[in-house]
Design a protein around this ligand. Structure first.
Ligand code: URA
Length: 412
């Protein structure tokens, strides 16, 4: 097969066969096709798109490149949840214990943050002692014992996707919907989930900018799920503002605890967690969403969800009494009175990385204690001089202008 013929075919918008895709991607994994040739193919895919058949082929090629986990030893329907990435997204910390407290086993393999979006594994590591490197045997043992585990990836799942994703990241080819669909679904299928829930984020702090793109991605993921006999449900959620009050690892764990204790109500984070947990419980127990929502709300109010979180932390060696945030703080005040109409997710993400809460490069070290705590969210009234946000810092920083983060409507 000629590399140049395959590139030309895709450049002209023609459909590539399974054999052509398999050849190109596997030769790349083996180092026999150069980065510049793969970059050309990825860019052609970005511009020309892919047929459903091509997307199914690519998903299979990614899955077959690594291990496929088998958790059939664990009784019950294992429902996995995946988010396409956001700012202040601590939903896994909240919904995993809620769902497990209702008898649905949760085996959650999470990742670290990269770019402006945070990762669940970093958040959990802000709890001193918390282990995120459980072996397959430890995972199975813990899920059988307490019904929940949240850990880093054990096996080599879809290594081809890992290599391709790194190249996409530096060639402006991340936001291709066919590539996102096959990348995420290959990892979910390889990680042994029976059913899959995907939280597709849309907004300036997300990969996708429009609801139309999110709907297209949702349709594709559901189709891929059908090929592998996995029920896939999707939720499209807003990522124009950070989720909840906290951005930064320890701060987010603290916020997750207050949601689990039922101390936070009626905000975008709580609403999304209830929605996601209800979908997972509905899938896991095969019950209506309404029935699942009522169970989820009960689990928060009767303390079972928080109790399960404590069991999870203790089972994985974490010590919550040592969870700490930086003692150095700076505040941002409102320079006018009005109603907050926007908190810019992208700028908040960039700021939190610059404070040290995230990584710009994979090897960067994270400072778990730094971050941003908002005191007011979108829709709230503020008076000139009110503290809008506290910045937990390691050393004094030059804060951005208020207008770079908050938009305030003076007329409201
Ligand atoms: N997350 C992934 O794992 N892959 C993508 O392509 C995009 C988001």
């Amino acid at each position: 097969m000629m590399i140049i013929d395959i590139l030309n075919k895709k450049r002209l918008g023609k459909e590539l066969s399974y054999q052509e895709l398999d050849f190109f991607f596997n030769q790349y994994l083996e180092g026999k096709i150069a980065d510049y040739q793969m970059s050309a193919l990825l860019m052609a895919i970005c511009i020309q798109g892919m047929s459903d058949e091509e997307i199914f082929s690519l998903t299979k090629i990614f899955i077959d490149s690594g291990d496929v986990l088998d958790f059939s030893d664990i009784l019950g329907v294992k429902v996995d949840k995946h988010s396409t990435g956001g700012i202040g997204d601590k939903t896994t910390l909240i919904i995993a214990p809620i769902v497990a407290s209702l008898g649905v086993p949760v085996v959650k393999m999470s990742g670290r943050g990269l770019g402006y979006t945070g990762g669940t594994i970093d958040k959990l590591e802000s709890i001193p002692g918390f282990r995120v490197d459980l072996s397959d045997e430890e995972i199975i043992h813990q899920v059988k014992k307490i019904g929940v585990v949240v850990t880093g990836q054990t096996a080599d799942l879809a290594p081809m996707d890992k290599k391709i994703y790194a190249l996409r990241d530096v060639t402006a080819t991340v936001s291709s919907i066919p590539l996102i669909a096959s990348s995420i679904m290959s990892k979910k299928i390889a990680s042994g989930a029976d059913k899959i829930l995907i939280d597709i984020k849309v907004g300036n702090g997300a990969l996708l900018q429009t609801v139309e793109e999110a709907e297209k991605l949702s349709e594709l993921m559901i189709k891929i799920g059908k090929v592998y006999h996995r029920e896939v449900r999707t939720i499209i959620s807003d990522m124009n503002a950070p989720l909840g009050y906290a951005v930064g690892n320890s701060l987010e764990v603290k916020e997750a605890i207050s949601v689990l204790k039922g101390e936070e109500k009626d905000n975008s984070l709580v609403d999304l967690c209830v929605l996601l947990a209800s979908e997972m419980v509905s899938m896991g127990k095969n019950i209506s969403k309404e029935a699942a929502t009522s169970l989820v709300l009960d689990s928060i109010t009767n303390g079972c969800a928080y109790q399960k979180f404590l069991e999870l932390v203790s089972a994985q060696g974490g010590d919550l009494s040592l969870l700490s945030c930086s003692s150095k703080k700076q505040v941002m005040r409102a320079n006018c009175s009005g109603v907050i109409t926007k908190i810019d997710a992208l700028n908040v993400g960039k700021l939190s990385v610059s404070l040290g809460a995230g990584r710009e490069e994979i090897e960067d070290k994270i400072d778990y204690g730094v971050g941003i705590l908002f005191h007011k969210l979108v829709g709230e009234k503020v008076k000139k001089g009110d503290v809008l946000a506290t910045f937990y810092v390691q050393k004094k920083v030059h804060l951005p202008k208020m207008e770079d983060i908050f938009s305030i409507d003076l007329k409201k």
